[in-house]
Design a binder for this molecule. Structure first.
Ligand code: NIG
Ligand code: FE
Length: 386
């Protein structure tokens, strides 16, 4: 099956060679992009979508979510908006709700959130465990996550459960829990933060995960400037996420390493905290990604466009930098080059916007701009009679 999308007024490829093309067309053969060029020269295909001058961008890559959960923390959000601080302690509320949910309830909720995401243009999602915190519950969450995506992350080291000794719990995560979870996980993650896991515990978790064949990701420097960012770079993590409180040494380490800095502005929005300084990272030459951090506590948004708008308005990014971070940058955070850009040989993931330019993603915040989504060559929302 081939699909032609033609008369694209502005094609933002997120590919450094191709840049932004005018009056362009794209042909997908099966799930792969086979042709890109001027619309007037486009070849025939089995199916055609006429973009009628609209803009098209790569499908968004959401490289950081906590989608397998139950329960609601709107009361905690309300309390924060009345001045309560965010400490991460509310994670335990979601752990209790998630443990008592059935597999079917968790699957149904995850599928609903995924549907919400794809309708907003997200074509790749990473999903973490972390609301189980027992061997059986973490493995269960990862089995469910694995039904949704190949990008699954074991986050047994999210927080120390109530009543557990931190070092004993870390040993459980590094031993039996990792053994039970590794078959369903591609990545391992740890929340390296005051009140969660310190630098030594985080190092133990990441080292054990690497030994088990998992790639490394880290939650770090969200609430305080701790050792997490430098640890992530030292251990060659694919991504270090949050990066809200950074020292000059952290920025230097990121600039000299291979680890992507993933910024999650939904978390600062929802916890009413200062935003990370994306400009400082970009100016230092760091690869920056954007993701939603979708979870019921610190960032209950499924919208990459919302994160792009926040990054532009609050974090010193240009609209082009923010869109690259939400596509090619997030792909780099997952060490993927087959997604996050419109290029020949890449997966055919595209979003056609109800707008003449990608800039509208930030210029028209909160507006449903997604007209159509092509996911692996499959037209998901193409309206034939436009
Ligand atoms: O990425 N920081 C740690 N974990 C999540 C928050 C989870 C929660 O509050 O439930 C995050 O923000
Ligand atoms: Fe997170």
């Amino acid at each position: 099956m081939s699909l032609l999308i033609d008369r694209i007024g502005e094609l933002f490829t997120a590919d450094p060679q191709l840049g932004v093309l005018r009056d362009a067309a794209v042909v997908a053969e099966g799930d792969t992009i086979a042709w890109i060029g001027p619309s007037a020269e486009a070849p025939e295909a089995d199916e055609r979508f006429d973009a009628r001058g609209r803009a098209a961008v790569p499908g968004f890559v959401d490289s950081h979510t906590h989608l397998v959960f139950a329960g609601d923390r709107s009361a905690e959000f309300s309390a924060r908006m009345s001045g309560e601080p965010y400490t991460g302690g509310g994670i335990r509320t979601t752990v209790a709700a998630t443990r008592s949910a059935t597999d079917a309830e968790l699957q149904f909720a995850a599928a609903a959130h995924l549907g919400e995401m794809v309708r907003q243009g997200t074509t790749t999602v990473e999903i973490k465990s972390g609301y189980g915190l027992t061997v059986a519950d973490e493995a269960r969450l990862l089995r469910i996550a694995r039904q949704c995506t190949a990008e699954t992350t074991f986050l047994g080291a999210h927080i120390v459960p109530d009543g557990a000794d931190p070092d004993e719990y870390t040993a459980l995560v590094c031993g039996p829990m990792l053994e039970a979870c590794a078959p369903y996980a591609k990545w391992i993650d740890v929340f390296c933060e005051r009140g969660s896991f310190d630098g030594d515990q985080a190092r133990a978790v990441l080292t054990a995960g690497a030994k088990a064949g998992l790639g490394l990701r880290v939650h770090a420097n969200q609430l305080t400037a701790g050792p997490g960012v430098r640890l992530a770079v030292e251990l060659g993590a694919a991504s270090v996420d949050h990066c809200t409180h950074l020292t000059d040494a952290d920025v230097d380490a990121l600039a000299n390493g291979r680890t992507v800095a993933t910024l999650l502005p939904g978390a600062e929005f929802s916890t009413r905290s200062p935003y990370p300084d994306a400009r400082r990272l970009l100016d230092a030459g760091v690869t920056v990604a954007l993701a939603t951090d979708c979870n019921p506590g610190s960032s209950y948004t499924s919208s990459m466009a919302f994160c792009i708008a926040l990054a532009v308005r609050e974090m010193g990014m240009t609209p082009a930098e923010a869109l690259i971070a939400a596509t090619a940058g997030s792909a780099a955070a997952l060490r993927r080059s087959d997604i996050g850009r419109v290029a020949i040989g890449a997966r055919a993931d595209l979003v056609v916007l109800e707008a003449p330019s990608y800039v509208h993603l930030a210029y028209r915040p909160g507006t449903p701009l997604v007209r159509a989504v092509v996911h692996g060559g499959n037209p998901l929302q193409l309206k034939r009679s436009n």
